[in-house]
Design a protein around this ligand. Structure first.
Ligand code: FDA
Length: 475
């Protein structure tokens, strides 16, 4: 029986991970060195903040740290990133795809409009400012935004350690704040694996998890060279047999599915592309101005304060600003292609609406895919070279890194983490380290949780909180 691909989960130790030694002993006073003798330290001393991941969320935080470095309460921070170099959804950098958010919601402008880390400063540095203005768009190419993010990453590179995958964190105790005279947990030891498979550790008083989302495949689907999630799109496509493919199946009705469908249709002029989705048709993303307010910084405030049933209502009403929806222009483009083919009598783009993929069988030369209409029950069997599941993402469960420490994290009645307004996990008094979430907070802070819209403000709020905690320790 096939199972979902566990290797797609960031944070889960991969086979062959180096041994990081036994867990820290949990007792002691004064603070004890728990760093394993065989695990070298990243740098001496204890950091005020370690960020896991160096995607846009933690890059925004790195900018805030840099901009406030000169202040008396400047914090000493490092960000550990598992990739060898900066990258933002590289496998979805499809030709001509654009951002779904205004460039003014870059990594810094909403927090500090005069910052020289803004998208406008980037354009100026690239000598393209006036050309961009003439273009009259708020939505740059995704390639261009990737270039912006890479430019930021290069400017804060001294804070980032690439090729460092965080595998676990362990408690470091001191004083007598814990039960039975055991010390309270006042620091964390962060254990990472370098690209060359050696282990390394670092101490911190605050941890910021910015590990992004995990691609979600439907239950029972196992990834292969012909079966993949769109998160691996360009790499898998490159690996496919160089002979021109005969047919692709694309599953899903969201923005990524529509983009992948259009991309494959463009790139392979003789190939059939079959889009399969349970909706009647692609539905447009609501990016109208009043609805867009749900992404405002003030909306986070309101959402956070709202009762649970109102939170659910807001997410239901406005899910169509983000989930399972497509830019109207792209919908019109796909419809135009399908109609044109009808006129010319040469059908390459097929839509199986109100349908689902019931079975995928992989053979040596390709796939056999069963598609079932949900209205009539009629089954269509297709051969295909590859199937792309554009079936969304899940937030990473912090438990993957926190291990036993999750026992100290408080949950709500639905079992979700309780998160404070400053994005800090609510913990038992024994756990005195600040653990902050960048992402995975949709239930508490609303729809901006996994998006770029509020990243600049959120980074400032997290840094304010860390700075306050740092000052209180010093003072
Ligand atoms: P992100 O996933 O970008 O970064 C997480 C980083 O953590 C990665 O670099 C990863 O390697 C690293 N990492 C994970 N586990 C680790 C570990 N254990 N140790 C070390 N490093 C680890 N949003 C929006 O507002 N407008 C838009 O236009 C788009 N467009 C868009 C296109 C596509 C194709 C996708 C898939 C998503 C979007 N998004 C979006 C949403 C997207 O989630 C958002 O743009 C950011 O990527 C969120 O940034 P993060 O840094 O939180 O996660």
């Amino acid at each position: 029986m096939p199972v979902p691909d566990p290797t797609a989960r960031p944070g889960a130790p991969r086979p062959g991970a180096p041994t990081l030694g036994p867990p820290s002993p949990g007792r002691g006073d004064p603070p004890r060195r728990t760093t394993r003798p065989n695990v070298p330290t990243l740098e001496d001393g204890t950091f005020d903040l370690i960020g896991v991941g160096a995607g846009p969320s933690n890059l925004a935080l790195a900018i805030a740290v840099e901009e406030r470095a000169a202040e008396p309460a400047g914090v000493r921070a490092r960000f550990l990133e598992r990739s060898a170099r900066f990258g933002w959804h590289r496998d979805m950098l499809l030709d001509d795809t654009t951002m779904q958010v205004s460039f003014l919601k870059d990594l810094v402008t909403l927090r500090n409009p005069t910052s020289d880390f803004s998208f406008l400063s980037f354009l100026h540095a690239r000598a393209r400012l006036v050309d961009f203005i003439n273009h009259k768009t708020l939505f740059p190419l995704r390639e261009e935004f990737h270039d912006y993010l890479s430019w930021v990453a290069a400017r804060v590179a001294d804070q980032i350690r690439y090729d460092h995958e965080v595998l676990a964190v362990r408690p470091v105790r001191s004083g007598r704040g814990g039960p039975d005279g055991r010390g309270a947990i006042t620091e964390l030891e962060v254990l990472a694996r370098r690209g060359d498979a050696t282990a390394v550790s670092a101490r911190t008083r605050n941890l910021v998890l910015g590990t992004g989302l995990v691609p979600r495949l439907p239950d029972g689907v196992t990834a292969s060279n012909r079966i993949w999630h769109n998160a691996h799109m360009l790499t898998r496509l490159q690996d496919l047999d160089p002979v021109a493919p005969g047919r692709f199946v694309v599953v899903g009705a969201g923005q990524s599915a529509a983009e992948v469908t259009a991309y494959l249709h463009d790139r392979y002029p003789d190939t059939e592309v079959c889009a399969v989705f349970s909706r009647f048709g692609y539905s447009p993303a609501d990016d109208s101005p009043f609805a867009n307010r749900v992404f405002d910084p003030e909306a986070v405030e309101e959402f956070y304060a709202a009762p649970a049933d109102v939170k659910r209502m807001i997410l239901d009403y406005h899910g169509n600003t983000n989930y399972s929806v497509v830019d109207l222009e792209l919908i019109q483009d796909l419809y135009h292609r399908a109609y044109r083919e009808k006129v010319l009598g040469r059908h390459r783009l097929h839509c199986f609406n109100v349908s689902r993929v019931a079975d995928v069988v992989e053979g040596p030369d390709g796939l056999s895919v069963d598609i079932v209409s949900m209205t009539t029950g009629q089954k269509t069997q297709l051969t295909a070279d590859a199937i792309v599941f554009c079936t969304g993402y899940d937030p990473v469960d912090p438990a993957a890194l926190l291990g036993n420490l999750v026992g100290h994290c408080r949950r709500d009645l639905d079992g979700r983490y309780r998160v404070q307004r400053d994005y800090r996990l609510e913990t038992s008094p024994e756990l005195q380290v600040g653990i902050y979430l960048q992402g995975g907070t949709e239930h508490s802070h609303g729809l901006t949780s996994s998006l770029l819209s509020n990243i600049a403000i959120r980074a400032g709020e997290i840094l304010d909180s860390v700075s306050r905690r740092t000052r209180s320790l010093v003072g």
